[in-house]
Design a protein around this ligand. Structure first.
Ligand code: AMP
Length: 335
């Protein structure tokens, strides 16, 4: 059995990089004959590890879920839910903490980077969230976790914890593996092409949000950083701004960025084509979003069903882990 799983943390706002790099691939992997094989969830608990605004986390959680459905995540063909609605995530988190070394999480690159940047007190959850991520993954018998290179270390931790737990307490968890994208589909900030397009970039960055008005998308693309060369060519190393625009065009229209380059004689023309292509992809998504947002009862219903389905998979995993690690069953064995 194979199962792949991806979480979206409701901090910041979803952008076209998320759509191309994660949302569309999940939508493409869905299977009508096995709706539980593709798991997408809003990882709201992970939004609490840094300074956060409670009302905004709540609002974004619903917004993300609605956007995932608008982008083609079909609750009939995949599993979609909110992490905090499935209590087994935090339950397994604690059990896995009892199988994880302090040194193992202390050396996580993301902890070092994020804790170094923090002005306020560093939350303990910033240290331990990779163990919660391991729980997110192991609860569902996940075999494949599609991630970018920056998340690879977290999946390695989940593997290490699963293997150690299984070796010490008996076979309990499937051992997952990270699946990196075949090409490097890292869309970049169009104003700072040396950086990846990021959910948490400050306002005024070159990020194309999924819910930006078409006019705003066009303005951002018109102001994209290019270079002073006279021709249009795909040279990611030396001309990252133009390469990123071509990658964006290819992601929206299909085709190969290097070949698409040949169709343009100047940057003005290229930017207009990119703007048209981005708007052509996002406008229908935004329309679908508006319809769904007008009926939040439907989205809440999808999330409620999703949580019940998720719990039906997760609960037996937690029960097995509790039993294996030495906790007494809450009911005497039957028979
Ligand atoms: P994040 O925004 O870092 O929480 O990532 C959510 C998902 O979107 C992950 O699967 C990422 O690999 C994907 N993703 C995030 N940023 C980009 C980007 N700039 N280009 C392509 N994929 C991205």
């Amino acid at each position: 059995m194979s199962r792949n799983l991806t979480g979206f943390t409701p901090s910041g706002r979803l952008h076209i990089g998320n759509l191309v790099g994660a949302m569309r691939p999940i939508a493409a992997a869905q299977r009508a004959d096995d709706p539980d094989a593709t798991v997408a969830f809003i990882s709201d608990l992970h939004a609490l590890t840094l300074d956060h605004d409670p009302a905004l986390v709540r609002e974004r959680t619903l917004e993300f879920a609605t956007l995932l459905i608008a982008a083609g995540i079909d609750p009939e063909r995949s599993l979609l839910f909110v992490q905090s609605h499935v209590a087994e995530h935090t339950e397994l988190h604690y059990l896995l903490e009892c199988a994880t070394g302090f040194g193992e999480v202390r050396r996580m690159i993301q902890f070092k980077e994020k804790s170094g940047r923090q002005e306020q007190q560093v939350r303990l959850s910033l240290l331990t969230y990779p163990v919660l991520m391991a729980a997110d993954i192991l609860l569902y018998g996940t075999t494949e976790v599609p991630v970018g290179a920056d998340q690879r270390q977290h999946v390695e931790l989940a593997r290490a914890v699963a293997e150690r737990f299984n070796a010490r307490y008996g076979p309990t968890f499937a051992v997952p593996r990270a699946v990196l994208p075949p090409v490097a589909p890292r869309l970049r900030d169009v104003f700072r092409p040396e950086e990846k397009m990021s959910k948490s970039a400050p306002p005024g960055s070159g990020v194309l949000h999924l819910l930006d008005e078409p006019a705003a998308l066009r303005r951002t693309i018109a102001r994209a950083v290019t270079d002073s060369a006279a021709d249009v060519a795909y040279e990611p190393e030396t001309r990252p701004g133009v390469a990123n625009l071509l990658a964006l065009l290819a992601a929206c229209t299909g085709g190969d960025p290097a070949e698409l380059a040949g169709g343009f004689t100047g940057y003005g023309e290229l930017k207009r084509a990119v703007a048209d292509a981005v708007v052509a992809v996002l406008e229908p998504l935004q329309q679908r979003y508006a319809e769904l947002a007008a009926d939040p009862g439907y989205v809440h219903g999808v999330l409620r069903d999703g949580a019940a389905r998720a719990s039906a998979i997760a609960a037996p995993t937690v029960r097995a882990a509790k039993q294996a690690i030495g906790l007494m069953a809450d009911q005497p064995p039957q028979g």
